[in-house]
Ligand binder design. Sequence first.
Ligand code: PMP
Length: 318
Amino acid sequence: MYYNENTIIYLNGEFVKAADARTGLYDQSLHYGYAVFEGIRAYKTQNGTQIFKAAEHYDRLKYSAEAILIPYEHSTQHLIDISYEVLAKNNFQDAYLRPLVFCPPNMKLQKSERSFIMIAAWEWDAYLGNKLLRVMTSSYQRPNPKAFKINAKVSGHYVNSILASQEAKDNGYDEALLLDGKDFVAEGPGANVFFEKNGKLFTPPAKNILPGITRATVIEICKELDIPVEEKYFTTDELKEADTAFFCGTAAEVIGWESLDNVKFAKPWNETVSKVIQEAYKCKVLQKNAPSISPEGGELKPLKLNGNSIKNVGEIKV
Ligand code: PMP
C-alpha cells in the first residue's frame, strides 16, 4: 500500500528501490522509538508540484534530531532538493513525504554516534477524511513535557497517539482529543486544535503540544484575513460551548468537527469563520488565489461569512 516493486526512496545518500532497501532488527530506533520524522505534503499546483512549507519541515526535523541528541548533518536545502527528486522519480504530484532519521544497532540507553536518513513518498488522501468529525475526549493525556521533548517530532511519542486514536475508534468516534497534565485541551493524536467563538479563534499555547506548521499557517491566515486569534488554555467544557472547532495538521489539513463527546457545535460549519480558513488553507497549499471553488457548487463564488463576503480573502499571499 505504501510502495510497490517500482517505488524509489532515498536512503543514506542513494536512491534505491523501496522493495530492496533494508534496515536492521537490532536498530536502537526500532527497540526504543529513538528516531525523528516529518510528515510533509506535496501538491499539484498551477506552478507544478510544490512541497508546502518544505523548509519549515526540514528545519523541524533538524530541531527534533538535535533535541533528542541524534547526530544530524543534513542541510535543509539539500533535503528539499532530494524530496523533489523522490517525487519526480516516482512520478508523484499530490503526495505525502516521510523523512525518517533513525539510529543503528545499539541496545544501550545512550545516545547514538551515528544516524541514518530515509525519505519515502506515497500518494495519500486526506488523513482524517473530508466529513465533519465526531471527536472523543481521550482517557490518555499527552506525554508530560517534563518527560519528553514534546515539541519535537519523535517516533516514540506516537505510541501515545496510537492508543488515543484507537480508543476513539473503538468507541465509535472518528478521532481523539487529548488533554495535558492539568486537564486543559492539548491536541489531537496527529493534529492541533482550534475552536471558534463569536468570530474569534482560540488554540492552546505552544507549551504542552507539538506546535504544528499548519497551526502556524492558520494563525498566519487569521492575520491576513483580520480574524482575531488567541492562544490560551481552555477546558473541554469551554470547548463544548464553542460555535465550532477544527483539527489542523499537514496530513489532516483543516478539518471541522461535528461534535465533542456527542455534544454538537452551535453553528453549521458552512456559516463559520473556520470554514473560511479551511478554504484559505486550500488556496495557500494549491498556490491559488481565493475566492475558491465552493465545495457544494463547484462554481467560483466569493466566500461568504454571515452574509458578508470577506473582501480580503482574495489577497492571500502565497
Ligand atoms: N500534533 C501532533 C501530535 C502531530 O503529530 C502533528 C502532525 N505533525 C501536529 C500536531 C500538526 O503538525 P503539522 O501541522 O506540523 O503537521
